[in-house]
Every structure is written in structure tokens, then in C-alpha cells.
Write a protein that binds this ligand. Sequence first.
Ligand code: FES
Length: 91
Amino acid sequence: MSELYEPYDKLIPIEVLGRRFELPENNLLLRQLAFVAADIAWGRYCWNGECRYCEIHYCREDGPENELGAAQRRRATGGFRGGAHADRGEA
Ligand code: FES
């Protein structure tokens, strides 16, 4: 397990733009996504809530159909479905 990630016991299935991924539980979504796309970790993200580059549309299994949130503040759980970056207008 890398030091980049919070401790986790298993990978959880989520869907992003119609593709299914297995990501480490108990981690912030932006970090979870870096698990399958390493370039995210070195992208132009501020990681502290100022740039808003990480805002995405998403749905949770037990939540409203379309929420907007910052990927560096959310933790995806099973049943999570993410859409595109908020600026692109794709959900
Ligand atoms: S990474 Fe900058 S606001 Fe989320």
C-alpha cells in the first residue's frame, strides 16, 4: 500500500463516465481516482478547496440523483457514480 493512500482493507466498485473501476475505500475521491489514473496525483489540483478544478457531478447510492461536489472532499462508497467535471456540463 502506498503512503499516498489512507489505510484501506478493500477496493470498492464505482462507475465514472460509464466505466467501472475498483478503488481503495476510505480515501478522498480525488486520491481514489489517482489509484487508477496516476497523473491525477500530479495534476493542476490545489487539494485544498481553492481551485475548484476537481468539482464533478455524481450520484450516491443513497443520495439525490445529481450532486455537485469537490472530489478532494468526498469519499466514494459502493454505488457511487461520477460524471464529468462540472465545467463541462456532462453528468
Ligand atoms: S483540488 Fe482544488 S478545489 Fe479541489
